[in-house]
Design a protein around this ligand. Structure first.
Ligand code: ADP
Ligand code: MG
Length: 435
């Protein structure tokens, strides 16, 4: 057994079996490349790399010292050979493609207060093309389901045998310039003016493109005149799109303008559950709730998260539990957290518990202060990227072992005491919402 293996063996004795199986077991020590001051380990994927880096490098380095008297820097490296299996078929529509994504259906669209108006509008348009709201203009922020809804109507029309064009401004523009170049304007006009339904996604990109606005205006007039249904999406209300000809702006508002707002928690939960069902990913209620709170509004992020969870759990052959989920989401959260400092956290915990921030960092042993200190340490560990020694220094503790004891204590409490768990979650949410 080489020294690296020995170190991992003794680490095994110090941590839970679950942790060992999930992470440590997958490490391989590179005996050849390691030196007397550098220990190199390979991990099969980024998840394991991050996890070990965050949690175990100091411990591993400490064990090296104990076992061999060597003071080594521990390096955890991604092993290139092992690649992530792609977990499921991609369900995003390719950019610029005129194909509709069949899973963008009304059935798969979860309706809540935030999107029910837009949903109802698109649904009624899909039931009577060209007759009620023409054009229909859907607007709202990124990833809130505009494309999904627009395509849901498109899918209904397709089923009815209608000629549907789904396109972007960019593609419309490409088509247009190509026809000018190739002298095929006739064909271009035929295509765009003879369809039954025209769906144009992200129409805000017409802004400041005069030539294409002109052509587009005539396309619009022709279709509208023939009673053909037109649906637009945009990231803002027509009035707010700058660099748009007045006649286009006004026409965008001729029919109905409907907005989509960011989803409420319940809607997010329903969407996550739906995506799980579609992608055959099994998640507990607790995890679904957790993801729904972490994702602020952009629903598109949800799909990324589910596929990441799914891929990792398959790769490592383990079930998806809350801890695992939190770790996978760490990168996602990390960006939001980089500006959170230990000072801010301590101040907020102190305020919440009605003591002074300086007391938390003092040597005070009264029950209140110890409690506040433990909670602060735990939250700092969860919400910042500080290492255990950095935490130890900041909170005036002896060393990183003292910190890991504290964290373990809080983790045990969280496991045993539901009220405490809720309290910590509330506090953490309050703190993250400030950053
Ligand atoms: P937008 O076009 O507004 O940026 P998309 O329509 O592309 O957003 O939606 C992003 C992702 O979120 C898509 O996978 C879509 O299916 C999903 N999504 C958004 N809102 C909902 C919803 N209410 N129900 C189900 N899925 C949704
Ligand atoms: Mg879109």
């Amino acid at each position: 057994m080489n020294i690296g293996q020995k170190v991992l063996e003794s680490l095994k004795e110090e941590i839970s079996e679950l942790e060992y199986k999930r992470y440590i077991k997958h490490l391989h020590y590179d005996e050849k490349k390691s030196t007397s001051d550098l220990a190199i380990f390979y991990a099969p994927n980024a998840l394991v790399v991050n996890w070990i880096k965050n949690k175990y490098t100091e411990k591993i380095s400490h064990l090296f010292e104990v076992k061999s008297d060597l003071k080594v820097k521990v390096q955890i490296t991604l092993k290139n050979k092992i690649e992530k299996k792609s977990s499921k078929k991609s369900i995003e529509v390719k950019k610029g493609s005129t194909l509709l994504n069949p899973s963008h259906s009304f059935n798969n669209f979860m309706v809540g207060g935030s999107n029910q108006f837009a949903y109802a509008a698109v649904k009624s348009v899909s039931e009577s093309a060209g007759k009620i709201y023409n054009p229909l203009f859907i607007y709202g922020g990124v990833g809130l389901g505009k494309t999904h809804l627009m395509q849901a109507a498109g899918n209904v029309f397709l089923q009815e045998g209608k000629i549907v064009i789904y396109t972007s401004v960019e593609q419309f523009l490409n088509d247009f310039t190509r026809s000018i170049r190739n002298n095929t304007m006739e064909r271009f006009r035929e295509k765009y003016r003879k369809c039954d339904v025209l769906l144009i996604d992200d129409i805000q990109f017409l802004s400041n493109k005069e030539g294409i606005q002109e052509e587009f205006f005539h396309t619009f007039e022709a279709l509208k005149g023939d009673g053909k249904q037109i649906i637009f999406t945009a990231d803002k209300h027509p009035k707010k799109i700058a660099g748009l000809e007045a006649r286009l702006q006004s026409r965008f508002e001729w029919g109905l303008v409907a907005d989509i707002q960011p989803p409420e928690l319940e809607t997010k939960i329903a969407i996550i559950e739906k995506k799980c069902e579609i992608n055959k990913v099994k998640l507990s209620k607790e995890i679904v709730n957790y993801i729904a709170t972490v994702i602020e509004s952009n629903v598109r992020e949800i799909e990324g998260i589910l596929s990441k969870l799914h891929a990792y759990s398959q790769l490592m052959n383990i079930d998806i539990d809350l801890e695992f989920t939190k770790n996978v989401l760490k990168d996602q959260l990390h960006e939001k957290r980089t500006n959170l400092s230990m000072d801010t956290i301590t101040e907020l915990v102190a305020k919440d518990l009605n003591i002074k921030p300086s007391e938390i960092r003092s040597k005070g042993r009264s029950k209140n202060i110890v409690y506040a200190r433990r909670v602060s340490i735990y939250i700092c560990r969860e919400l910042t990227q500080n290492t255990m020694p950095q935490l130890a220094k900041y909170f005036g503790m002896k060393d990183h072992t003292a910190i890991s004891h504290t964290i373990k204590k809080i983790n045990d409490l969280i496991q045993d005491d539901e009220d405490f768990k809720v309290k910590i979650e509330e506090l953490s949410n309050k703190i993250t919402s400030l950053s």
